[in-house]
Design a protein around this ligand. Structure first.
Ligand code: NAD
Length: 494
């Protein structure tokens, strides 16, 4: 198997300046973040690492822009929507370059990057521009103890948006798009693993004419994130990341009484009902997308596959075929369905969970320890299918964040709902059936924030978010705009 080297990167990937307050500025320190290809482990670019002094400058610029009596936050929503739509155009124009850079950084197969990271960011911007334009800033409500009330919607202020490396642009946009459309200013902190795509976004923001001070992008690690979250000039925090990180952010925000939304980890169930059509020609692609997309590094994937006992062996065989025929390799190759893990840490984490699964008595049906044949570098693991474990196993309870599935048997639909809900998490999931009513009954019963029937993909038009340790607050839909607004009630007495 040959490696496709990143030879035709069109960007200058050794950036010298930081995007602070909507302009390129010299960083306060000489520290840099070096980005390596997940596939070749070679350096593919570097950016300045932001420091606390850069955060202070960015927050001051965001504060000034927000507090300006004629500024962004006071604009007519339609004027802001026009800028957000222009940003959508600029983001779309850079989509090819963006998906390629993402694929090199975190190993996302390019076909999956084209399906996720190309359409979602621009569509999210357009969705929120449209919603904000149509929404009345003020509405009148009949009074109960007063004559009537004017309810006024306003932006919250300076937002801190903190995102992980797995789907970096789509997740950035779940914060940036509604925050901008609602009239906030925002400081974004991408993960160190995926900072190069954030610089392409900065370029798009500049080209779109987003006013001075409104957006800053500060690359850095968790200490920088913690500093931003607790900064006195920040009014709201939107965090996507691990449950451990989310807990730390929630604690800091609790102390400050600062509103926070948390999109955290997951361990969702893909429930195959006993009438499901398991023809891989028909459902293979959707099933793959719901359980293994992006090398298993998506928070909502159904990595616990619940199989009716009478069809258990059949389900294991079908999944084994699906996994064996999902090509592992260079993420830049169109034929690849599973690429490397995003980082060495992530590779070690997944490899460790494969050992845990074996030590718990799991039967390895596909994959197992070690690297896939022919890949002696890059953060590769072998996509692995476990059978023979129940829902109490650690690999059934803990988030692995890699291409590792566990098939768990169940007795009847009620048992499937019980097992699916028997998790500290509750983010995604899916139900597979030829009977829509029956699938709906199961979907209604599972304790989760979102669930799909015969497939899974979040839709921008409807709220997305978790329950239990998967976090709180909603993104997408009108709820996702409301998360960046505060309301004021003005009571009228005559
Ligand atoms: P992580 O929590 O380590 O880091 C996520 C981001 O938060 C990074 O930018 C990191 O620098 C920052 N960060 C970490 N600790 C922080 C702290 N104490 N204060 C401020 N910032 C902090 O997560 P990760 O490993 O980068 O991402 C993978 C995790 O993200 C998985 O658990 C996955 O399920 C979750 N995730 C959730 C969703 C969702 O929508 N629910 C989406 C994607 C990923």
């Amino acid at each position: 198997m040959s490696l496709t080297m990143p030879t035709n990167l069109s960007t200058d990937v050794d950036h010298t300046d930081l995007f602070i307050g909507g302009a390129w500025q010299k960083p306060a320190s000489a520290r840099r973040i070096t980005v390596r290809s997940a596939t070749t482990e070679e350096i593919i670019g570097s950016v300045p690492e932001a420091t606390e002094a850069d955060v202070d400058r960015a927050v001051a610029a965001a504060r000034r822009a927000f507090d300006d009596p004629q500024g962004w936050s006071t604009w007519d929503p339609a004027e802001r929507a026009a800028v957000v739509e222009k940003l959508a155009d600029e983001v779309q124009a850079r989509a090819d370059e963006t998906v390629r850079v993402i694929s090199m950084q975190n190993g996302m197969p390019i076909t999956i990057a084209r399906a996720l990271e190309a359409p979602y960011p621009a569509a999210t911007l357009r969705f929120y521009a449209d919603l904000a334009r149509k929404q009345a800033v003020e509405e009148e409500r009949p009074g109960i103890f007063v004559a009537r009330t004017t309810v006024r919607r306003m932006p919250i202020g300076v937002v801190a948006g903190i995102v992980p490396w797995n789907v970096p642009q789509s997740l950035t946009m779940t914060k940036l798009a509604p925050a901008l459309a609602a009239g906030n200013t925002i400081i974004l902190k991408p993960s160190p693993e995926t900072v190069l795509d954030a610089f392409i976004l900065a370029d798009a923001i500049e080209a779109a004419g987003v006013p001075e001070g409104v957006v800053s992008i500060l690359p850095g690690g968790r200490d920088l994130g913690a500093y931003i979250v607790s900064h006195p000039g920040v009014d709201k925090v939107a965090f996507t990341g691990s449950t451990t990180g989310g807990r730390a952010v929630a604690k800091a925000c609790a102390e400050l009484l600062r509103p926070v939304s948390l999109e955290l980890g997951g361990k969702s169930a893909a429930i195959i009902l006993d009438d499901a059509d398991l023809d891989l020609e028909k459902m293979g692609q959707s099933f793959f997308a719901s359980t293994l997309a992006n090398n298993g590094q998506v928070c909502f994937l159904g990595t616990r596959v619940l199989a009716p006992r009478r069809r258990y062996d059949e389900v294991v065989d079908v999944l084994a075929t699906l996994m064996r025929f999902s090509p592992v390799g260079d993420p830049l190759d169109d034929a690849t369905l599973i690429g490397p893990m995003a980082s060495k840490n992530q590779q070690e984490r997944v490899a460790n969970y494969i050992e845990i699964g074996k030590s718990e008595g799991g039967r390895v049906v596909v994959g197992g320890s070690g690297r896939p044949d022919g890949w002696d570098r890059g953060h590769f693991v072998r996509p692995t299918l476990f059978a023979g474990l129940d829902n109490t196993a650690r690999i059934a309870q803990e988030e692995i964040f890699g291409p590792v599935l566990t098939v768990i048997g169940y007795d009847d639909d009620a048992d499937a709902i019980r097992i699916a809900s028997d998790s500290d998490y509750g983010l995604g999931g899916s139900v597979w059936s030829t009977d829509d009513d029956r699938a709906m009954a199961v979907a209604r019963g599972v304790q989760t924030g979102t669930i799909g029937i015969n497939g899974y993909i979040p839709d921008i038009g409807a709220p997305f978010g978790g329950v239990k340790q998967s976090g709180y607050g909603k993104e997408f839909g009108a709820e996702g705009l409301a998360a960046y607004q505060q309301v004021k009630s003005i009571y009228h007495f005559a």
